[in-house]
Design a protein around this ligand. Structure first.
Ligand code: NAD
Length: 408
């Protein structure tokens, strides 16, 4: 199943809704630059990509993923979503993404360092604060960003902290970055509740994926009185209909356990978790989790996509028929890249901004972006999905930028 073909189907709908010409649409159907290298370390091969989807609004921007299932189709789709996400978030970036196909869980720290440095040796010419700016994604983190920055600076011979975001604070990172994606997701979930579930208490939530995005999201929701009844990681899920003690479970997970080893709950599979009865389902793992095979069994009334692309195009149609409201990835998980933008801006100006001010700014940006998407949804008489509303805004801005540049 091609993830990218799903994106083309979604774009076709936007073209019809907005009456966009085929000629203009061409600017969005292909990435502007696909860089691929087969890296080799000690006789082992590591297929690696860096793909820039769009440069209409600014330099490339998007994370680097380490996973055994990374493919060109996936990286291209992730780069496409970054282009839309950055456009929707109103930040001065195009869209890009990178990835290396290998299983990081089987690599030692030394091997991870070598793989990360080799990636930069292969791609550094295409990277830079004004060219393309990577960040962490699945199974990459601040340590990996540090090795990459160090290798890049060795190659180019000068300091350039703005070439990468998600760095530790000591290297020009920003305190907010750690939980920024979850914070943004939490804020739009509050907006969603305010519009659709106002006054309801004890709202039940399920979170698939208990990593950077999902764990912080579960913590924030639990702290705010939401009843988190199930969470999962790659090994499976844990369910307690009375609500899980998320603080305790997070501590347990951070000690190196799988959530399925946690005692106070029933162990379930990831497939079962998705189909449980709940008010809100937060998807915070990987792509293609809800497909045409399980969409009709979904009982959640609302879905928040913290992961990129967790619902396929076919599944979207089934969920829409079931009147399930989905807060789309390009809105729900944009807190991470918005805070990356703050980090990049600080690195470029040398100015250090107050953390409270930035947290407030993130809140304002998320509320504004939610408001724009919701208004577009209302302007179409609620006959389009929130995803279509978000895509419409994002696509229009990219095409306007392309027009001003005289490219279309
Ligand atoms: P992560 O590596 O920190 O965590 C991923 C989590 O998902 C882990 O708990 C892992 O065990 C779990 N997982 C993996 N496969 C699973 C499966 N089949 N079923 C259930 N759980 C599974 O990654 P992350 O940074 O939290 O990213 C998660 C998603 O959020 C990705 O789609 C990523 O692109 C997206 N995202 C993350 C950020 C960010 O800032 N971290 C920003 C935007 C989008």
């Amino acid at each position: 199943m091609s993830i990218f073909n799903d994106n083309l189907e979604r774009l076709k709908e936007i073209q019809v809704l907005e009456n966009i010409s085929d000629a203009d649409m061409k600017a969005l159907l292909e990435p502007v630059q696909v860089n691929y290298k087969e890296m080799e370390i000690d006789g082992k091969k590591y297929p690696a990509w860096r793909i820039i989807y769009s440069r209409a609004i600014g330099p490339g921007k998007g994370g680097i993923r380490y996973h055994q299932d990374v493919s060109e189709d996936e990286v291209k789709s992730l780069a496409f979503w970054m282009a839309l996400k950055n456009s929707l978030a109103d930040i001065p970036y195009g869209g890009a993404k990178g990835g290396i196909k290998f299983n990081p869980k089987e690599a030692s720290q030394k091997e991870l360092e070598e793989i990360s440095r080799t990636y930069i040796d292969n791609f550094y010419e295409y990277l830079g604060q004004d060219k393309d700016v990577p960040a962490p994604d699945v199974y990459t983190n601040g340590q990996i960003m540090s090795w990459m920055l160090d290798e890049f600076e060795k190659k180019v011979g000068h300091h350039e902290p703005g070439m990468i975001t998600g760095k530790p604070i000591e290297l020009g990172g920003i305190a907010l970055r750690g939980d920024a994606t979850a914070q943004g997701g939490y804020l739009v979930t509050k907006e969603l509740v305010n519009k659709f579930l106002k006054g309801q208490t004890g709202i039940r939530v399920i979170v698939q994926g208990f990593g950077n995005a999902g764990l912080f999201m579960a913590e924030k929701l639990a702290q705010d009185g939401f009843k988190v009844i199930a969470v999962s990681d790659s090994k499976g899920g844990i369910y307690n209909k009375e609500g899980l003690d998320i603080k305790d479970l997070a501590k347990f997970k951070n000690e190196g356990h799988a959530v399925t080893e946690y005692k106070s709950g029933e162990v379930i599979t990831n497939a079962q978790l998705l189909e449980l009865d709940t008010d809100i389902l937060v998807l915070a793992a990987l792509e293609n989790q809800i497909t045409k095979d399980n969409a009709s069994n979904i009982k959640a009334k609302y879905i928040v996509e913290l992961a990129n692309g967790p619902i396929t195009y076919d599944a979207d149609k089934i969920l829409a028929e079931k009147k399930i409201i989905i807060v789309p990835d390009i809105l729900a998980n944009s807190g991470g890249v918005i805070v990356s933008y703050f980090e990049w801006a600080q690195n470029r100006t040398g100015q250090i901004l107050d953390e409270e001010y930035l947290r407030d700014l993130l809140g304002k940006k998320m509320a504004r972006n939610w408001g724009r998407v919701y208004d577009e949804f209302l302007a179409h008489g609620e006959k389009i999905t929130l995803r279509q509303a978000a895509y419409l805004i994002a696509v229009k801005r990219i095409l306007a930028a392309e027009k001003f540049r005289g490219r279309i």
